[in-house]
Design a protein around this ligand. Structure first.
Ligand code: TYC
Length: 101
């Protein structure tokens, strides 16, 4: 059975915001550009245009932001990238940094 709860107007509630983490892709000399674009599209849900832009940024500057997520999701993304890379014989690596919100 549903219970009806009446709330007063303008009540204040506080919601815990999860800490966010920035996931970066790191450049290397061996992972192919196509594979990095594939990783960005499949694991980080980027469009082909955006994935290509990020991949070229990483290639030129050494590292680039792939996405910002709550800690567990960020760690899962890193594990997914690195296991897919190893399975395909690439040394691609990520780094994680806490986001100063
Ligand atoms: N530097 C690589 C090459 O020239 C391409 C590359 C881009 C690798 C981004 C990793 O995160 C990376 N094939």
């Amino acid at each position: 059975m549903k219970e009806r709860v009446f709330l007063e107007e303008e009540q204040e509630i506080s919601i815990d915001q999860p800490e966010l983490y920035r996931v970066y892709l790191l450049n290397d000399d061996y992972t192919t550009m196509d594979f990095v674009v594939h990783v960005l599209m499949t694991i980080f849900e980027k469009s082909k245009v955006e994935a290509t832009r990020i991949m070229l940024y990483v290639h030129r500057h050494g590292k680039g932001l792939a996405g910002i997520y709550p800690k567990e999701i960020a760690e899962t993304k890193v594990a997914q990238v690195e296991s897919l890379a190893r399975a395909n014989g690439f040394p691609l690596k990520c780094s994680i940094e806490r986001d100063d919100q």
